[in-house]
Design a protein around this ligand. Structure first.
Ligand SMILES: Cc1ncc(COP(=O)(O)O)c(C=O)c1O
Length: 526
């Protein structure tokens, strides 16, 4: 009798405990669900409002590894400029305070990327690291076939080798320096088909990178589709201020391409940022997750290529497609120029970093950080009367040198002069994106750029807000002393991509005078 009572008691006791645990588990899962919901809702910096009403781009990451910087005196910066041939590519980081040359290979990497690099499977062929990368390409870019290349321009070389022949024409929204160089090297020609709005420095047009659809159609009809191996669309058009195109525009380009049986090549180096601005600016996609927008965009192209130095905050690059015959057309060129198909000239550790970086491209908190800082920089500089490319784009803030140096003729390279002057007075290294970045025509004549810009790149999650405020402060001083900036002339001009290795000199002693004015105004400040 006693054992029977004990059995019944035990049964009820354990049932009770079981139900209490079940309810507890349900509570946890419900609260977790709630928590996840909250996390999901915080998608980007722009969604955090300040009580003060100020528009401050809040960081959604913390810094755990840091690098010491050098802010050397202006006298040393003048020497460094001379040593570097008045070309910011010639400077050394020991003389640079904020390196805003580019976001290429300089974006901060995540803890997850660094951890993944440790498990690299080094093998000449058949590495597991590459299989993981292939899966990431499929998951994120929705492309079945992937060909690795050591960086973006290597992918451009492969595409040019495969498809560009003498006399070919490649319509595009806008060129990128290396894409243009590879096409012209093969005897092809490019044509840029943007709407006039794209060339306006100050604009509120959300998609200045849109392809001019009427011009594209007219161009194909005029020259015939036979001469056009592909149409190139560049996401977040780099050289006109990191300006995106809309999906509506891309769909229309697809329709035109379909009409004429033409292929579309998408330069996806800045795809994450373009997708982010689509989410921010295109009504139809305002509630669409970044991951889906990215897939919609890649789904509109026949071939997608990218620089992983940008797209996934790592190194390397590659070409992807869902078309098996395109894959076969390109496959043999990878072992010829890059390396075997499962590494393509990329270190295996970087392949692991690329894999994680691709997945992180779907994360709004990662991708929104740089555009949010750029927008802060552009808007604050604009308020202080500095002529900036607006609306703020991606990759960097762009200062209009044709306004800052309106007293200089284009023959004296206003954007190059502004880049040199800004480094001199701040230690901040930007990049000339103007006529120096252009190449001469086939007869050796200068081709002046549509825009003369000083690009101040804001790599992902690298700089702090006070550093951005320093940039704004020094830009404002330079604007107030802008007449003191003088011109530059080439003393050594390489025949290809002259902006990289070219050496220049100031046409007068304006740098010394500008330095003296800095000392007068700032005393012994660095
Ligand atoms: C839009 C675009 N395409 C292509 C490239 C070339 O890539 P990489 O520097 O990796 O050769 C770049 C580099 O900055 C770029 O911005």
């Amino acid at each position: 009798m006693f054992t029977k009572v004990k059995q019944i008691f035990n049964f009820h006791y354990y049932s009770c405990i079981f139900f209490i645990k079940l309810i507890h588990a349900l509570e946890i899962s419900l609260s977790l669900h709630h928590f996840n919901y909250k996390i999901h809702k915080i998608m980007s910096n722009s969604q955090v409002k300040f009580y003060s009403g100020e528009n401050i781009p809040l960081e959604l990451h913390k810094t755990r590894i840091v690098q010491k910087l050098n802010l050397v005196p202006i006298e040393r910066r003048l020497e460094a400029l001379y040593e570097g041939g008045y070309n910011t590519f010639g400077l050394k980081t020991t003389d640079i305070y904020l390196d805003m040359l580019t976001d290429s290979g300089t974006n901060a990497m995540s803890d997850e990327q660094l951890a993944a690099m440790m498990r690299a499977d080094d093998a000449y062929a058949g590495s597991q690291s590459f299989i993981r990368l292939q899966k990431a390409v499929k998951d994120v870019l929705n492309a079945e076939y992937f060909l690795p290349a050591h960086q973006g321009r290597a992918a451009e070389n492969i595409l040019a080798c495969a498809y560009v022949r003498k006399g070919n024409l490649i319509p595009m929204n806008y060129h990128f320096t290396t894409a243009l160089a590879h096409i012209t090297e093969k005897g092809g020609q490019i044509v840029e088909l943007l709407y006039p709005e794209a060339y306006k420095i100050k604009s509120s047009h959300p998609f200045k990178g849109n392809m001019n659809l009427e011009a594209l159609e007219a161009y194909i009809q005029k020259h015939g589709k036979e001469r056009i191996p592909y149409i190139r669309m560049e996401a977040s058009t780099n050289l006109i201020g990191g300006q995106p195109f809309s999906i509506e525009n891309f769909r229309a380009v697809r329709a035109i391409a379909n009409n004429y049986g033409l292929r579309i090549v998408l330069d996806a180096s800045l795809l994450g940022e373009n997708a982010y601005l689509v989410q921010q600016r295109e009504e139809e996609f305002k509630n669409t997750p970044l991951a889906d927008i990215i897939k919609i965009m890649t789904g509109l192209a026949d071939i997608i290529y990218f620089s992983a130095r940008k797209l996934s905050s790592s190194r390397g690059g590659g070409i992807c497609t869902n078309n098996e015959s395109i894959y076969k057309e390109l496959e043999a060129l990878v072992p010829l120029y890059e390396g075997f198909l499962t590494y393509g000239g990329i270190s295996i550790r970087e392949i692991e970093a690329m894999t994680v970086g691709l997945y992180e491209t779907q994360d709004e908190t990662v991708i929104s950080q740089s555009p949010a800082f750029i927008s802060y920089l552009v808007n604050e500089a604009d308020k202080r009367g500095i002529s900036m490319v607006t609306p703020a784009g991606v990759l960097g803030a762009h200062v209009n040198a044709l306004d800052m140096c309106s007293h200089l003729p284009q023959t004296q390279y206003p954007a190059g002069a502004l880049a040199a002057a800004f480094f001199l007075i701040s230690g901040v290294r930007g990049m000339e994106r103007g006529s120096i970045s252009n190449q001469r025509d086939e007869y050796g004549n200068e081709t002046f750029a549509d825009m003369e810009l000083l690009r101040l790149a804001v790599p992902r999650r690298v700089f702090t807000l006070s550093q951005i405020m320093y940039v704004i402060d020094r830009l404002t001083w330079l604007k107030d002393n802008r007449e003191m900036i003088g011109g530059l002339k080439f003393v050594y001009e390489p025949p290809v991509l002259r902006f990289f290795m070219g050496r220049l000199m100031p046409v007068t002693d304006w740098p010394e005078k500008l330095m003296a004015k800095f000392r007068k105004d700032f005393g012994d400040s660095l």
